[in-house]
Design a protein around this ligand. Structure first.
Ligand code: AHM
Ligand code: MG
Length: 342
């Protein structure tokens, strides 16, 4: 009986909670706080997902006509996602400070609530230009241990840490299905949301990414603004120079999580170079580039700003931007070689 078979299969699936708990066992000193923090993010993801899935049905789309710290008009869904993340994270005693793409300053723990030993930085809903046109969007998060002493409130110092010291990172992709992908430094694991039982189920254990990708992803309308070295690199990916390399296929969604996820699974390189208008690129180091770089390296890939590993950059500002070349290891190494060569 088919229904019985489905039910008995469900008895053997691995939920994200179970998986996080199993990962924690690799750290005998763990207190469970990181696991609980990851559950909190998973819960926020489910709530954001339920609203994303109602987009167009409920009146949650469209502009609020408010401009955020990046100078962009905030979408209503941005506000909802931001509020959901804060609600899930602020009062738990697991974090000492939050930082979001949506807030200029670090978000402090309200007076009277406990502070914890972690800090979390996130982009609650990335890919804003895609919301109103029913194209994939994402949530990205990055977790560090606090560096300020004591167990009081944290500060900006706790947020300004290089990607290399992340203890966990992940993203949620609201795509044709909803997925949560995370790492705690023991490989990369992907979970697909089953709306019938309201759980993320392990669907992609131990994700590894090919060393050479078949896709390149870049917004080529910026070609005239790029440095000649960047132009030469993209020509190389397209197989248009004399080096005889195989031509890659172009895929660009304009939603970082979706573009990154596709290339992680299928193999590919995503580029958001610096250009004449955006001298340090567009993407933010702390809550866009660094968490994806951690995941990418854990999957056997690599991420660079063109000269050095994204994970080695020591941040000086909360919303600092960085050029980004990320994905299949050999393709990103080639970017570094071509961009640093004279
Ligand atoms: P956002 O944080 O305002 O959504 O911007 C980030 C997004 C990324 O998801 C995507 O990779 C990039 O912007 C696309 O930018 P562009 O339209 O310049 O190609
Ligand atoms: Mg963003």
């Amino acid at each position: 009986h088919a229904g019985a078979a489905v039910k008995s299969n469900l008895a053997h699936v691995v939920t994200i909670e179970r998986h996080i708990m199993d990962q924690e066992r690799m750290h005998p000193e763990a207190t469970g706080a990181l696991s609980n923090l990851l559950y909190d993010v998973g819960l926020a993801a489910k709530i954001i997902n339920s609203h994303v899935r109602m987009a167009g049905l409920a009146d949650i789309l469209g502009s609020t006509n408010v401009v955020n710290v990046q100078g962009e008009v905030v979408q209503k869904l941005d506000e909802f996602a931001e509020a959901t993340m804060q609600h899930a994270l602020l009062h738990t005693g697991r974090v000492c400070v939050l930082a979001s793409e949506e807030d200029e300053q670090p978000i402090l723990i309200p007076v009277g609530y406990p502070s914890g030993k972690y800090t979390i930085l996130y982009d609650p809903r990335d890919g804003s230009s895609n919301i109103d046109v029913n194209v994939s969007i994402g949530t990205i998060f990055s977790i560090h241990s606090r560096v300020t002493p004591g167990d009081g409130p944290g500060s900006l110092v706790d947020c300004l840490q290089p990607g290399r010291t992340q203890v966990a990172a992940g993203y949620v992709l609201y795509g044709s299905s909803t997925m949560m992908v995370y790492t705690t430094g023991h490989g990369v694991h992907g979970f697909t949301f089953d709306p019938t039982i309201g759980e993320f189920l392990l669907s992609h254990p131990d994700i590894t990414t090919p060393a050479v990708g078949k896709y390149y992803s870049v917004n080529e309308s910026y070609f005239p603004r790029w440095d000649p070295k960047v132009q030469a690199l993209i020509k190389r990916y397209k197989g248009l120079d004399d080096n005889g390399g195989e031509a890659k296929n172009c895929r660009y969604i304009g939603s970082l999580v979706a573009d990154f996820h596709r290339n992680l699974i299928a193999g590919g390189v995503f580029c958001y170079p610096a250009d004449k208008k955006a001298p340090t690129g567009k993407l933010r180091l702390l809550y866009e580039c660094a968490p994806l770089a951690f995941i990418c390296e854990q999957a056997g890939g690599y991420a660079s700003d063109g000269t050095q590993a994204i994970l080695d950059i020591v941040p000086t500002e909360l919303h600092q931007r960085s050029p980004l070349y990320i994905g299949s290891r050999d393709d990103v190494r080639m970017a570094e070689r071509m961009l640093s060569g004279s």
